[in-house]
Design a protein around this ligand. Sequence first.
Ligand code: GAL
Length: 763
Amino acid sequence: MKPPVKIKSPFILSLLLISFLFSCSQPRQGNILLTDGWKFQPGDNPSFSSPLFNDSSWEDISPLDLWDAQGHADLDGYAWYRIHVNIPSSLKTHAYFKDSLIIFLGKIDDRDQTWLNGKPLGQNGKTVSAGTKFPDDIPNGGETWAVSRKYMLAADDLRINWDGENVIAIRVFDRGGLGGMYGPAPYISMRDVGDYVTFNLRKEPFMISRQVNYKKIIVLNNASTKDDFDGVLSVEVINQENDRVIFSETTTTHLKAGKALRHSISFINVDTANCLLQCSFKPEKSKNIITANVGAPYILTPPPPASPRINGPRVYGTRPGHPFLYRIPVTGERPVSIDVKGLPEGLKIDDNTGIITGKILRKGDYPVRITARNAAGTDTATLLIRAGNTLALTPPMGWNSWNVWGLSVDADKVKAAADAFLSTGLADHGWSYINIDDGWEAPHRTPDGAITGNEKFPDFKDLSGYVHSKGLKLGIYSSPGPYTCGGYLGSYQHEFQDAKTWAGWGIDYIKYDWCSYGKIAKDNSLEELQKPYLLMRKALDTVNRDIVYSLCQYGMGHVWEWGATVGGNLWRTTGDITDTWNSMSGIGFRQNTASPYASPGHWNDPDMLVVGWVGWGPHIRPTRLTPDEQYTHISLWSLLSAPLLIGCDLTRMDDFTMSLLTNDEVLAVDQDPLGKQADKVYVKGNIQYWTKPLADGSWAAGIFNLGEGKEKINVMFSDLKLKGNSYEVRDLWRQKNLGTFHKGMELKIPSHGVVLLKITRGV
Ligand code: GAL
């Protein structure tokens, strides 16, 4: 179905920015590198394309960084780049292909026309192929700013002046914002194997079983339509901590034109450390080696014991008189019998499933003693059920469709996610919400104004029944504006009716996304920012159901300062996340400003998780975060008491992703009943310490390394802002006591990685 209106979402904007920050590649061996010697002039004049034009008075500029970073922050519109370069015919001597020359110019923000020695070489961002005027419309349906400029010319092309001076002139037009040339480094070379052959190490993720057996398919693409290539494929896996070679293999390989070679490797890795897979392809008769590398995941989380373990929060909020649903999360070998004592009047438990249902009649605190038993042992825990005014007494944990399916979500995918919560065991670790994001709404309301699902969501009652029967909760999405960010119907002027409809469907969670409300709001005043959220709060208060209220407006007006007063249970503090280090770390490590405002029932939301297979649409792929970045992501979000919403395809979980999402000691940091958010207590260079006080009087501490190299550091308790001298320290990912330490301890932290600790005052 085609949405009626397309609104550019902040998600798209942040994605564009991130992909730009991450675009880089290695210049090729034996080329003419064009990193120095560029001249630059703002403005526009046709004579600038001429090789005879004298540009000696122009300023110098680097082609690796945008002009904004080089003294032209406010420049929008036209500017020119020029370079003079000798192209020696000796380039051809050792070339693999002697017939064609490549001129590679990196990326240009956002449109350009390029001349070689006064003759047009190419253009990007024009809707017509000739002429010198840049149209101001959106270019060819795409964003040209993110695309590398690469031109191939026959070696006998008369535009090339072999063994003499050549002038490359680039006329750039920037529509606004950042502008100009930027990395990767420009070069000139002969056509080579590397123009066709590339590794794709992310297409197939590592598969790990029993913590130590690794398998991976290495994909090597040959994009040439004509040429096969022979060469040597080398693969090595190296422990980054001690340089130990874990696996090494060299094979001669034949790459067929237009085909992808899939090469399987398997090895045993007992190191449980940060390891790197390095691949190279050395083509026969070419100097250029094609290389790529990717981090190998390693599993720190020990498998749960055979005996029962009661997981999930220790406090749970509900409103009296509303339907109650809670599935007690328990791991351990099945069958497990669950027994509860002290259930308040109106609630009952199904002993086989551990699902509590019913309705609490009166306000109050009800401590419920849970006992779980199986053949291997027993576990007990107390869950405090608080029947009062506040929901989400610990941050919601669940799944949301957006980061994986985007607008292509449908009811079957949602059911599959609910099934997977049970079949993978995620539900036994406390994951409970199954949330549908944008893309469920029909294009028109019914004649009486009711919203309905589109053809992908034919029956919400059926769907919620399905999800609830498993003891899970169902969430939905809307906008206070007339349209959602994906262009579907929003709740504008139908707030009370929609809240009633959702409650009737059995909805347990609503994400309410600003989107087109920007067109309704009179201005950016606090009053206008709060108005639509207060209105939906009122509407939710009229329905007879516990519906967790998630505000999504990207942090406007410091929402963390007032999200609770408009009745939100959580509020997004940022624009949309994507699966890159810059995005995840940029968002996560900035959350300290909002820290004082988190409390039970009121959470800062730094957006959903980007581990596993994600994609924001029908085509999904493994996350681009490295394994250590994923440890950082889950550790930081847990320290931040962030809502944990898995954003991946739950039917495609690998052991590593599962291990990230099922470490009960790490999740307990997020779910700690005290409900404090971690503070950034120490920063030195790339090292940051974040600490969070826990209900039992201990502390969770994340020691993060944001730098590009591994670090060995002496962590002093005083730098963690802990007053005592002697502490017991536990490694939460490994679930292992490290011992008692005085004053501090030495830790090794991988690049972009973390050590997550629980620190308890020594006796
Ligand atoms: C964005 C929002 C995303 C997602 C999307 C749906 O504004 O931040 O999380 O909900 O809209 O269109």
